[in-house]
Design a protein around this ligand. Structure first.
Ligand code: SME
Length: 155
């Protein structure tokens, strides 16, 4: 199935989750489950949350990771936190500042959750497929994180 179609269908399910889930922790859990269940190349999906000093692992689906806390600037997640930029990594073996979760992981995307200059955390997705993510993934995940930023901000 084409990515556009997968994301269109998934957008409905996500919209429902946003509407129906008041509790933010539960909403984060639902989002990682929906993403991991509906996109076959999303092999690890999780949130890292900003506690003001570092990133702390939140709800996730996939193999357990040793990286439950990540300092700003370390790895792809830490770099996304310190630069507040999206990181789309086609081939993780080419990265020098990278924290490996599993040798199976080939590519990764990290999208910050921000409102203005407030940084709440980020959505991190790993794939076992090389160069798995493109502009479609980026736009789709950005929209989710924009909506989530509103929820974090209203908390
Ligand atoms: N690869 C990430 C670490 C988190 S794991 O992918 C779950 C990084 O380099 O920051």
């Amino acid at each position: 199935m084409k990515k556009e179609i997968i994301f269109e269908k998934l957008a409905w399910k996500l919209a429902k989750a946003f509407e129906e889930t008041e509790n933010l922790e539960k909403l984060l859990k639902k989002i990682v489950e929906l993403l991991a269940d509906n996109v076959d190349y999303y092999d690890w999906v999780g949130f890292y949350l900003n506690d003001g000093e570092k990133l702390v692992l939140g709800p996730f689906v996939g193999e357990p990771t040793v990286h439950v806390e990540i300092p700003y600037g370390k790895g792809i997640c830490g770099q996304a936190a310190s630069t507040k930029q999206i990181f789309l990594v086609e081939d993780v073996t080419k990265e020098t500042n990278y924290l490996a979760c599993s040798p199976k992981v080939k590519s990764e995307i990290v999208v910050p959750i921000m409102k203005g200059d407030k940084f709440f955390g980020e959505l991190d997705i790993d794939s076992h497929t090389l160069n798995a993510f493109d502009e479609n993934d980026k736009r789709f995940l950005e929209k989710i994180c924009e909506r989530l930023a509103e929820k974090f901000n209203d908390r």
